[in-house]
Every structure is written in structure tokens, then in C-alpha cells.
Design a protein around this ligand. Structure first.
Ligand SMILES: Nc1ncnc2c1ncn2[C@@H]1O[C@H](COP(=O)(O)OP(=O)(O)OP(=O)(O)O)[C@@H](O)[C@H]1O
Length: 265
């Protein structure tokens, strides 16, 4: 909660991300058409939609990797460029992209070392790299090299590394997409723990309806051709969410509703 309060700016809750009439074009092709949306600070949004509807493009737009063709995007009231330079957000991809010759701990320390070597003042998490590895359930594996870790463990290292500069917004693009179902379910629980302990805002792209329902306070459904906002569905299920929740009628009801929406996209 303390972490969420840090997102309060001079007594006003500034949105973590704000898009106003944002369009993205690749040449003549419209990838995102006129999206307006506000993501509340501290929220957990899952993002669902058919293949090619612009989910990754939306994250890349928010993270200053691609500019809008028109419209505005701001992160905690700053331009995306200013937010990037201030390390306000971090990205976690489907592939953990760890340096193979560095241990788990050394990979997590890397963003701090890069900041120091460039003489840049960067925010640092209240938790040490060791504590972050513990937070993601990797206590005891700090000195393992990436090839000695499972895919799920490598993804956890990537999450710890993303948290080391104390981002206020975490952008996750199918981070567990390549993992088996059991591992994914376990990492879902672990991620919710990270979210609850750090207060970080999360935008989480997934192809899995159960994963979207299990994690998100809201599910942002996009439509394809061109990519645009279809609907935002509130997931009114209590936290902390437990494995048993997946077997409840409520959970099934949300999943069925989203499946119908997805089929209509
Ligand atoms: N750099 C690019 N140049 C041209 N077209 C692009 C580029 N990046 C993405 N696109 C197109 O934009 C559309 C949206 O792509 P995006 O990767 O955002 O979709 P997605 O919803 O994440 O897809 P998936 O679910 O399959 O991962 C697609 O039609 C894609 O081909």
C-alpha cells in the first residue's frame, strides 16, 4: 500500500498511463486506431485480443518504442520519453533475454551497473537484488547461471531485473506464454505477490483467458483490423486470489464472457 501511495502526486492520483485518441501507423497500415484510455496507478490490467489486434504495439507505444501517428500518450503525467529516461516503467518479454555468462543475481544487478557506468542517477528499489530474487521465489538460486535454470525460473529472474530500478509501471508481453500450464499458474500467484508487495501498476498481455481473469482487476479487450479498444471488463473477484478460485462458478462465468467477446472480435 505504501508503494501505491508513492504514486500520489501532490495529492492527486495521476494515471499510470493515459492515452488520448492515440493512433499507430506503419506506413499506410493502421495498427492502432483512436484508443483513449486511462490506467489507474497501482492497477493490474490484463490485455486480451485476437492475434494481430495490436496488443504488443500498444505496449510499445506506451514504452516509447514507437511514436503515435497522432494523439497523446503520457506516463504518470510525463511524456513517454521523459518517463523512459526516469525509469518509470520496465518491460518483461516472453523471452527472458538474460546474459548467459552472468548469474541470476548478476543479471538482476545489471541495470544498476549500467546506470552507474553511464553516471546516470537512476531510481533503486527499496529491496536489494537478493531480496528481489527472494520475492520471485528464487532464494537459493542466486548464483545459478541461466542455463542451469528452468524457463520459469529465467522468467522470474527477468521480473526481478525489471523491478530493480523501482519502476512504477511494469509492461509484460506474454511473459509466461512459453511455459507449461502448471508453471504458468505458479508464476501467476508469484506475480500477484510481487504486485501486492510493490504497488507497481501492471499491463499484462496474454493469449490465455484464464490467465487474464486470474490476474487482472480489469481485462482490456482489443479488436482487430484495425486494432482498437473493444471493451474493458471489470473482474470483480477478491484478492488475494488463490488456486481454488479457478474452480469457482464466478471464475468460469468471467472466462465464458470473455470467450464470447473474443469470438466477436
Ligand atoms: N514494425 C512493424 N511494421 C509493420 N507492421 C507491424 C509492425 N509491428 C507490428 N505490425 C503489425 O501491426 C499489427 C499488430 O501487431 P502486434 O504485434 O501489436 O499484434 P498482437 O496483438 O500483439 O499480435 P499477437 O497476439 O499475434 O502477438 C499486426 O498486423 C502486425 O503485422
Amino acid at each position: 500500500m505504501e508503494a501505491v501511495l508513492e504514486n500520489l502526486d501532490a495529492g492527486t492520483l495521476v494515471p499510470a498511463a493515459s492515452l488520448r485518441n492515440a493512433w499507430v501507423k506503419f506506413g499506410q497500415f493502421t495498427a492502432i486506431q483512436d484508443i483513449s484510455l486511462e490506467i489507474e496507478a497501482g492497477a493490474f490490467y490484463s490485455i486480451l485480443g485476437p492475434s494481430g489486434c495490436g496488443k504488443s504495439t500498444l505496449l510499445r507505444l506506451v514504452s516509447d518504442l514507437i511514436p503515435p501517428a497522432s494523439g497523446d500518450v503520457s506516463i504518470f503525467g510525463k511524456t513517454t520519453e521523459a518517463a523512459r529516461l526516469a525509469r518509470e516503467f520496465a518491460f518483461v518479454f516472453q523471452d527472458a533475454t538474460l546474459l548467459p555468462w552472468r548469474t541470476a543475481l548478476e543479471n538482476v544487478q545489471l541495470p544498476l551497473e549500467m546506470g552507474q557506468s553511464r553516471g546516470i542517477q537512476i531510481p533503486v528499489s527499496d529491496k536489494s537484488p537478493m531480496e528481489l530474487l527472494e520475492l520471485v521465489g528464487l532464494k537459493g538460486r542466486e548464483h545459478a547461471l541461466p542455463h542451469e535454470l528452468s524457463g520459469g525460473m529465467r522468467q522470474r529472474v527477468a521480473i526481478a531485473r525489471a523491478l530493480v530500478c523501482k519502476p512504477k509501471l511494469l509492461l509484460m508481453d506474454e511473459p509466461f506464454g512459453a511455459l507449461d500450464e502448471m508453471t504458468r499458474d505458479h508464476l501467476n500467484l508469484q506475480l500477484l505477490k510481487v504486485w501486492e508487495e510493490t504497488g507497481v501498476t501492471i499491463l499484462f498481455v496474454t493469449h490465455s483467458i484464464p490467465e487474464a481473469v486470474f490476474l487482472g482487476q480489469k481485462v482490456l479487450m482489443l479488436k482487430a483490423h484495425p486494432g482498437r479498444l473493444h471493451e474493458i471488463v471489470d473482474i470483480d473477484l477478491p484478492y488475494p486470489r488463490t488456486t481454488e478460485l479457478r474452480d469457482t462458478a464466478e471464475f468460469t462465468r468471467y472466462s465464458a464472457h470473455l470467450r464470447k467477446l473474443l469470438e466477436a472480435c
